[in-house]
Structure formats: C-alpha cells, structure tokens
Design a protein around this ligand. Structure first.
Ligand SMILES: Cc1ncc(COP(=O)(O)O)c(C=O)c1O
Length: 436
C-alpha cells in the first residue's frame, strides 16, 4: 500500500515533538521480520518491537490473512448485548495462558483502556462485597499505566501528569525500585525487597479498609526496565492478602513471552488478582487491550446484579472487535507453534550478555535486564530527556530503532531475533553511544 505524505501539518502526532519531527521526519513504510524500512528505503533493525508490540516480528501474513478473512465475513458486531464467536474463543485462549484461577477476560482497545477498566472492576468488586469505601489506589513512582485519566493518575512519571490537573482522587505512590547499589545488575537485584513495605505504610497511613487495589508492572518497562528486586513482588502479594487489597499486575509490556514465560506473573511466581495486557496480544497488528481477572472477582460482580441485568456498566464500542480478535487468535497460534516464549527464555542469557557488554561505554550509567528486555541509562545532558531524544535520533540514523523515554533506552526486540541480529543491534549501539 503506498500513500505519499503530501502534508505533515494536519496530523497531530502523539507523544512526539511535532515541530521538530516535521522538520526532519522519520517515516516507517515497511516491516518484515526484525526489520523496518523508512521512506528513504533505509533498513532499520527494530530493537524495541515497535513499542514492545511485535513479538512475533513484522509482516506476519498469518495475522494479516486472518484479519482480512474475518473482516470479509463479519466486519463489526455490537459487543453490547450481542456477541461474536472470536471474542469468546480469544478469551478462552488468553485464559489458557494466565495463571490458574485467573480465567475471565474483559476486552478494550489499548493498554490504557485495560488499566482504567481494571480500576473500575476494582471499585465495583469491593462495592459488590459491601466494602464500597475501598476507593483508594496505590501505585508506584516511575510507573507507566497509560494515558487515560485513571492510568495517568496511577502513573509515576512526573512529566506525563503535570499538565493534566489533579487526576483521579485517592491515589498514592510507593517508591520505585531503582537503587544506585543495584546498578548493572543482570536479572533480579538482591537489594530492595523491603521497598514493598511502602504498601504497608500506606495501609497504616490511610487505613486498610480504604484501599481498593495496588497496581504495579512486574517489570516497570517504560521508565527503563526496572526489574523487581528478589522477593519484592511476593512481599506485595503478602501485604495485599493481609489487608484485602487487590493486586493488579500491569503486564502490557511484560505479557506474551517478554520475560521468558507467558506473563511476568509466572516468571516471578506471584499470582495477581487482575492482569492488564495489550500490545503483543495481537502482535501490534490490531489495537486491543484486555484485563484478566480472578474468577471470584467476575463471579462476585455478576452475582450482585439481578439475573437479567447488565452487571458491569462499562465497555467500548470496539471491545473485542472481530478484526482484533482474529489478530489475537492468529498471534497466539504463532506464539504456540513457534514456541516463542520458550525461545525468549533460551535466548535471554545471550541477549543480556551482549547488552551488558556495553557497560564500558562512558555515557552509559546503568544497564538492567530480564528475559528479552533490557534498559540502559545515558548520562543526562542538561534538561532531562535531551540526550535520550538525541540518542534515539542518532540510533535511527545509524539503522536501529530504540524507544527512549527520558534518558533511558528500552531494548525489547522481537522474540524471533537471531543471535547475529543481537550482535548487529549491540554493534550499532556501541558505535553510536561511544561518540558521546
Ligand atoms: C505498563 C503499561 N501500561 C499501559 C500502557 C498503555 O498502553 P497503550 O499505549 O496501549 O494505551 C503501556 C504502554 O506502553 C504500558 O507500558
């Protein structure tokens, strides 16, 4: 498909320096395997699976064909009070991957919608149990939970919050888990499990009976891959259990093999009450997000309403869209048939070894990593994020796409990446970053 961009003016780009970009656009026009091509026909290695979406690589015909076939047969079906088979089948397939007892799946169109849906499920669950006063949420500094107002309020990224008013009331943030003494730790750091006790402090401060849920990413992805210290997530689970607080894992980046298992929950051996997911659910080929919930949450909410009543007054026109469900089903087939989660686990030591070998580059001040995901920090140059943005542009010009957030780079290549391509990625990183 060929479009020519005759004017760059009309499209208001998201999370982009619009004026700067439009002066020197970086347009991607094709993707295949672990590579993109830009509008100058330059080939770029995709070091971040787009935005952590394309775990099975780009240009997967199986997904495109499944979506096309679905749209020809049934393009849209109202998801309210009617249904279409793909949504039920995809929910069943997702439930096969989630931990035991987490078997009910609510669909939206993005990670942000999944997070806000999970907040509403938490409110309503406690209300249905006669504990409607539980309407506080606890999250974490340096968290990213999307851009809807609930998720913006949960997030702990100052610049993403400051322009948008007071946000949702009653949200408090625990400390993040980055510790200077853990710099350059491969895998889970030894130090820092006690940071989970911040949740206990919130309980002591606000009263356990006021807290609905605690939201964390198993690995905080967007702010640079902050791997949880050993014991940290288990401790959060224990505190939640002690006080009737729901534990929500935001698996939007971690889900679907990134950590070497289906979800971070399995990698870190902690079962949450709810899990949000998106991105790799459809390999990024169609917009889709989901919340998987523990059976008792679904059953409590459903049982609280009369048998013929709508139980949860929430949903999106495009919840479980037929095209997205077809993409999701084809994607999960690929993951299974190609054993991609296991592949990520097998490749992880080589990937981490290669990325950590960059530790000697002076501008790099920290590297972290787990599974097929690693974060590196570059020394700031003046305003926060200035050097990170510059890095992203220089890497792009050198043939590597890497998502930078602030002064952190996030490496999360497609799970189909080969060792030589990991070498190619690290060699471009070395060439570009040693020039600072
Ligand atoms: C952990 C997490 N939650 C939520 C989101 C928001 O997802 P989306 O951009 O699909 O709304 C993201 C996006 O990167 C994310 O990393």
């Amino acid at each position: 498909m060929k479009y020519s961009a005759n004017s760059l003016e009309h499209f208001w780009m998201p999370f982009t320096a619009n004026r700067d970009f439009k002066n020197a656009p970086r347009l991607l026009v094709r993707g295949e395997g672990v590579y993109y091509w830009n509008h100058h026909d330059q080939k770029l290695l995709d070091g971040s699976s787009g935005l952590f979406c394309c775990a099975a690589g780009h240009g997967r015909h199986e997904i495109a064909d499944a979506v096309a076939a679905q749209l020809k047969q049934l393009d849209f079906a109202p998801p309210f009070q009617t249904g279409q088979p793909g949504s039920f089948e995809l929910a069943r397939r997702v439930a096969e991957l989630t931990p035991d007892g987490v078997n009910h799946v609510f669909f939206g169109n993005s990670g942000s919608e999944a997070v806000d849906s999970a907040m509403k499920i938490a409110y309503q669950y406690h209300r249905a149990r006669g504990e409607g006063q539980r309407n506080r949420f606890i999250s974490r500094e340096r968290a990213y939970h999307g851009v809807n107002l609930g998720g913006t309020s949960l997030s702990g990224m100052v610049r993403n919050r400051e322009a948008f008013g007071l946000g949702v009331a009653g949200i408090a943030h625990m400390r993040h888990t980055w510790l200077a003494e853990n710099r350059f730790t491969k895998g889970q750091p030894e130090q820092g499990a006690e940071l989970a006790d911040d949740l206990q402090r919130m309980v002591d401060l606000y009263g356990k009976e006021t807290i609905a849920a605690c939201f964390v990413e198993p690995i905080a992805g967007s702010t640079g891959v902050l791997v949880p210290p050993k014991g940290y997530l288990k401790r959060l689970r224990e505190i939640c259990d002690a006080h009737g607080i729901l534990l929500v894992f935001d698996e939007v980046i971690c889900g679907f093999g990134r950590t070497g298992k289906a979800f971070g929950a399995q990698s870190f051996d902690v079962i949450p009450d709810m899990m949000t997911m998106a991105k790799a659910l459809t390999n990024g080929a169609q917009p889709m997000g989901a919340v998987a919930v523990r059976d008792e949450i679904y059953e409590t909410i459903v049982a609280a309403a009369p048998a013929d009543a709508i139980e949860f007054l929430h949903g999106y026109t495009y919840s479980a869209h037929p095209g997205a469900c077809a993409a999701g089903l084809a994607t999960l087939d690929i993951y299974k048939n190609e054993g991609l989660f296991e592949r990520a686990a097998e490749l992880s030591p080589y990937f981490l070894e290669s990325v950590f070998a960059l530790s000697d580059i002076p501008v790099i001040t920290d590297i972290r990593g787990y599974g097929l995901m690693a974060g590196f920090d570059v020394a700031p140059d003046g305003a926060p994020g200035k050097r990170g943005t510059d890095c992203q542009k220089r890497l792009f010009a050198a043939g590597l796409h890497v998502k930078m957030t602030g002064d952190a780079g996030i490496l999360a290549p497609p799970l189909i990446i080969e060792r030589e391509q990991i070498d190619e990625m690290c060699s471009i990183l070395r060439d570009v970053l040693t020039k600072y």
